[in-house]
Write a protein that binds this ligand. Structure first.
Ligand code: HEM
Length: 401
């Protein structure tokens, strides 16, 4: 029996005694809110009110989070009312359900395999080295977020897509607004989406013209255009996909990188251990992914399309649930099972292989290039992003001499 099938003695969902606002207040560090550690051991599914006023049930236990994320009776599109500030159009993949999701994901999945990520290793090393060289020329203390984590992650995904470096300065503020939950006013978020869409529509037209002229670029957008039927993506879907990949590709990785570096600088012994044996970096990255919390919203809201049991709670058709991967990671029942920081099921992070390679290379480059790297401020003085979908330090002042 799976966790979502009816147990022998069904118990209806208890009436909520306390409908708290959700998301809970963020921790002033890389940790998830303290509730994420407590809730997996409490009975039932706690009822909360999302910032949009929608009532939802939180799913926090490891097995139940996995069950919801792989159960077709939970859909994202019906729940796709503006639960958070990001619009559906910016998230064609993460916000869609089969059959659209299946078709869209199939179009791009071959470009994000483990083998593809491995093939990119030499180039990612070069990008990391170049970005570290630029950091070394800065006066100390320098901000590791803006001087390393962001340009490194942005360069990797932008180059893969075919976005010229000259356009990064234009795109960064657009992505900031597009990834905001409450930090930017809705009209600015809408305008940023519009401008990003226009940008990618122009870029794709340009890549198409190069193809027609017989001088194709070597990048993912050109590959998709060259495929006989555009790999099943309409032109509008391709535009949205390109913008979505840029956003998902660097906001996540750059913030996760900054959180990893912060965790390592707090534990100089651990940083030295990784310097001495870089083979220990990939497993250390997994541990840091498990113990940090990247998504400020906790997870994507899903709506039940029929009555479904989650554990022994009956979720009724039309009810919204939010599976919290960072709570699942803290469930004592999770033990040593794989962390869920890249999600689970059909929406499992498309860029997980690439992200793992980037994090390992970025961390190794920093540790080797800056043997005396340290925080230039007290950890308590590090400020954290607020009102943004992805969590991370606003800035990480470091010195290295
Ligand atoms: C440390 C870095 C990263 C983390 C922790 C991360 C985490 C996640 C998580 C948890 C999901 C599932 C979200 C959900 O269920 O709604 C997801 C989905 C996704 N990620 Fe990542 N991600 C990272 C890096 C990347 C990169 C580098 C890319 C570049 C392509 C990427 C592209 C995507 C896409 C396109 C989806 C949507 C997949 C789908 O809905 O089928 N991510 N990511």
């Amino acid at each position: 029996m799976t966790e979502t099938e009816a147990p022998p003695t069904p118990t209806p969902a208890p009436a909520s005694t306390c409908r708290r606002g959700f998301p809970f207040p963020q921790s002033p560090d890389e940790q998830a809110p303290p509730e994420f550690s407590e809730l997996p051991t409490c009975p039932g599914l706690p009822a909360v009110q999302l910032s949009t006023g929608v009532e939802a049930l939180l799913v926090t236990r490891y097995d139940e989070v996995r069950a919801v994320l792989s159960d077709d009776r939970f859909r994202r599109e019906p729940a796709g009312r503006p639960l958070f500030a990001r619009t559906r159009e910016s998230l064609a993949l993460a916000a869609s359900d089969p059959p659209d999701h299946t078709r869209r994901r199939k179009a791009v999945a071959p470009y994000f395999t483990a083998r593809d990520a491995e093939r990119q290793v030499p180039r990612i090393r070069q990008i990391a080295a170049k970005t570290a060289d630029e950091l070394a020329t800065r006066p100390e203390p320098a901000d590791l977020v803006n001087a390393f984590a962001v340009p490194f992650a942005l360069r990797v995904i932008a180059e893969r897509l075919g976005v010229p470096e000259a356009d990064h300065a234009f795109l960064r503020p657009k992505v900031d607004a597009m990834m905001s939950t409450t930090r930017f006013p809705p009209e600015q978020v809408r305008a940023a989406h519009e401008q990003a869409r226009e940008y990618f529509a122009d870029l794709i037209a340009c890549r198409e013209a190069e193809l027609d002229d017989g001088f194709p670029s070597d990048d993912l957008l050109t590959d998709l255009l060259r495929a006989p039927d555009g790999r099943g993506l309409s032109r509008n879907e391709l535009v949205v996909m390109a913008a979505g990949l840029l956003m998902a590709g660097y906001e996540t990785t750059s913030n996760q990188m900054a959180m990893c570096v912060l965790m390592l600088l707090r534990e100089p012994g651990e940083a030295d251990r990784l310097r001495a044996d870089p083979d220990l970096i990939p497993p250390a990255v997994e541990t840091m992914l498990r113990h940090s919390a990247l998504m400020s919203t906790g997870g994507a809201p899903h709506m039940a399309i029929e009555d479904v049991y989650v554990g022994d709670t009956r979720v009724q058709a039309g009810q919204v649930v939010v599976p919290l991967v960072d709570a699942a990671n803290r469930d004592p029942q999770a033990g040593e099972r794989p962390h869920l920081s890249f999600g689970h099921g059909r929406h499992f992070c498309l860029g997980a292989h690439l992200a793992r390679v980037e994090l390992a290379i970025g961390i190794r480059t920093l540790l080797e290039r800056f043997p005396a790297l340290e925080l230039a401020v007290d950890q308590a003085a590090v400020t954290w992003r607020e009102g943004m979908f992805i969590r991370g330090p606003m800035a990480l002042p470091v010195r290295w001499t």
